[in-house]
Design a binder for this molecule. Structure first.
Ligand code: F6R
Length: 606
């Protein structure tokens, strides 16, 4: 989704802005642009396409100027084009605006400005803002932007510069994340703290309804109504190395390989051998409160939601609390009943997904309590929940989730263990799971090292147009995630079904040219899954299996066995070969793996 970067300081702004744009590229975008203020004028360059195309279009000597803003755009209003790319400027080319989000009353404002003689050069809602700000009579840019925003309805994270007053960037937030980065005699603005890694030492997050004036030597924050707000800064966590592919061809592959370390970090300090339990301090639930939980409802979108499906299964199995996962994107539209004794858990890698945030706000508005399971420290969802579990997976740069899916599943295993141990789960069972969790990192490393063994499965999928993924119970969560991963990066049509549902309809789709990938653990459902495989084989459907060593299946075309683990944790391991499979198929088909078409890393619009 759109990315914002801004710089004000003593250094040349352009190289820093371009570096920041490369850091936010992973969010997904279709055009990019930059504006730098110098000697009372703005230099603005914008291009449809990738940041490297913008780079190639810039003057060889760079641009003079120490204040600037830049943007990667993911089209909402108006097709991807040079004209619709940000920054947008007013008629005099004095004010430049970059904006994430949607201005809902843009049409009305546009008509009003057009009636006053403003000629528009783009189809975007953002251009309206540039003209509105330029028309304001206020003396400071801060006051002009504040006054303009009071006429605006909608969601935004934005940054504005004025060539006539280049000493400050004005940034504002209402729904779209904005982070201010503090350096030495220089300041940054970004939609995503990852853009600031290696430059800013500390960061401050704007809250909705706030506007900031950011100067080289500091910043001040007001509400849109004009009340000053004290903003605490916090250390910028994370390592710039996360944003470097190293020797890998793609971030997706690098992040798959990083999973053993990522899982170690999710587990670190949270395994309590003395009481054979997990300890998630951030959930801030006393044993008494845990006992009072009658239901768990998990909310997340896409992969986060599928990790939640597995999480619900783990909680119900280990803690014997009825648990259910629901797409956060749907939740608020059905006027959900919120119960006092239900624990709501919101899952989000980015911590910025609009739909998940809206679901949390719906729960809170009706008096419910929500825990966050989030990767990005200090993100909007983490702050909105106020308590929960950080994954500590490190930055995930590929648009598709891999290591954060695994770490989310591990976090749910920890939560299920902790809830279970205040209820009926015995110490022996707790100790068994602790051992199983501790073994996961090395087991995952072992799977990743055997990537080459997936070649026969990859070869079959590369020559298919459709693929089905099936699994039972927790295996269904893995099937859903496996199908999503394959469709996202390979663009093959991949569909997941609960194995038990196959004969209630989807069996009609089985054909010799359409492979079915079966999640086939050696557990109490093995016989049922083998019957389903027989039904597929009877219809000449090719079967590929992710299974355990020693499982014998008639007629399977190719299989990959993951190491045996505690049964509850097997889905976590079974998902890893499916990540590698999606990656290999996408590679075989020559896809844009790290930035698949039409997708964005953090979906900050509805
Ligand atoms: C899939 C994927 C998406 C995200 C979804 C939620 O690979 O990445 O389905 O899982 O958009 O994103 P977060 O977890 O940031 O809330």
């Amino acid at each position: 989704m759109c990315g914002i970067v801004g710089y004000v300081g003593e250094r040349a702004a352009l190289p820093l802005l371009m570096e920041g744009l490369r850091r936010v590229e992973y969010r997904g975008y279709d055009s990019a642009g930059v504006a730098v203020a110098h000697e009372g004028r703005l230099a603005v360059h914008k291009r449809k396409g990738k940041v490297r195309e913008l780079d190639a279009a810039l003057p060889a000597a760079g641009l003079p100027g120490t204040t600037g803003i830049a943007h990667t755009r993911w089209a909402t209003h108006g097709e991807p084009s040079d004209a619709n790319a940000h920054p947008h400027t007013d008629a005099q080319g004095r004010i430049a605006v970059v904006h994430n989000g949607i201005i809902e009353n843009a049409a009305e404002l546009r008509a009003r400005l057009a009636a006053d003689g403003v000629a528009f050069r783009s189809e975007t809602d953002t251009e309206v803002l540039a003209h509105l700000i330029a028309a304001r009579p206020e003396n400071s840019l801060l006051d002009a932007v504040r006054a303009a925003l009071r006429q605006v309805k909608g969601a935004y994270g934005l940054a504005v510069i004025d060539a006539a007053r280049p000493e400050a960037i004005v940034a504002a937030r209402n729904g779209g994340p904005v982070v201010i980065g503090v350096g030495d005699e220089e300041m940054f603005v970004a939609s995503d703290a990852s853009a600031l890694m290696g430059h800013a030492k500390t960061v401050a997050h704007l809250d909705d309804g706030e506007i900031a004036e950011v100067r080289a030597d500091g910043f001040s924050v007001l509400t849109l109504e004009g009340t000053e707000t004290a903003k605490a800064t916090q250390a910028l966590e994370g390592e710039a190395a996360g944003f470097d592919k190293g020797d890998y061809a793609h971030f997706m592959r690098k992040e798959i390989a990083e999973q053993p370390d990522a899982v170690r970090r999710t587990l670190m300090g949270r395994l309590d051998a003395r009481f054979s339990t997990a300890h998630l301090g951030g959930i801030e639930l006393a044993a008494r409160e845990m006992l009072d939980i009658r239901r768990v409802k998990i909310l997340g979108c896409g992969s986060a939601g599928y990790a939640g499906v597995l999480g619900a299964h783990l909680i119900e199995t280990l803690a014997r609390i009825p648990a259910h996962a629901e797409p956060a994107s749907e939740f608020r539209y059905r006027n959900p009943v919120i119960e006092q004794d239900t624990l709501y858990v919101a899952v989000s890698q980015s911590g910025e997904t609009f739909d998940t945030l809206a679901a949390i706000q719906e729960v809170k508005r009706k008096g419910g309590r929500v825990l966050g399971v989030v990767n990005t420290v200090g993100s909007t969802i983490a702050r909105e929940c106020g308590r929960g579990v950080y994954l500590h997976a490190g930055p995930e740069v590929a648009v598709v989730s891999t290591k954060t899916w695994t770490c989310t599943a591990v976090a749910f295993a920890l939560l299920a263990l902790q809830l279970g141990r205040v209820r009926d789960l015995s110490a022996a069972q707790g100790a068994r799971l602790l051992a199983g969790l501790s073994a996961l990192p090395d087991q995952i490393a072992g799977i990743v090292a055997r990537e080459a063994e997936l070649a026969p499965l990859t070869a079959r999928l590369v020559r298919s147009e459709h693929a089905y993924f099936i699994g039972r119970a927790a295996g269904y969560a893995v099937a859903m995630e496996g199908a999503l991963k394959l469709k996202e990066v390979s663009y093959l049509h991949a569909e997941a079904y609960a194995a038990s549902e196959l004969k209630h309809g989807p069996l009609a789709l089985i054909a010799p040219e359409t492979p079915t990938v079966v999640v086939l653990p050696d557990d109490e459902l093995l016989a049922k899954n083998l019957s389903t495989i027989a039904e597929v084989r009877t219809r000449q459907g090719p079967v590929l299996a992710i299974t355990h060593p020693g499982v014998k299946v008639d007629g399977v075309e190719a299989a990959f066995a993951v190491p045996r683990s505690e049964p509850e944790l097997a889905p976590i391991l079974m998902n890893v070969p499916l990540q590698l499979l999606a990656y290999q198929v996408a590679q075989g088909l020559g896809r844009d793996i790290d930035q698949p078409r039409n997708l964005a890393k953090s979906v900050t619009v509805e």
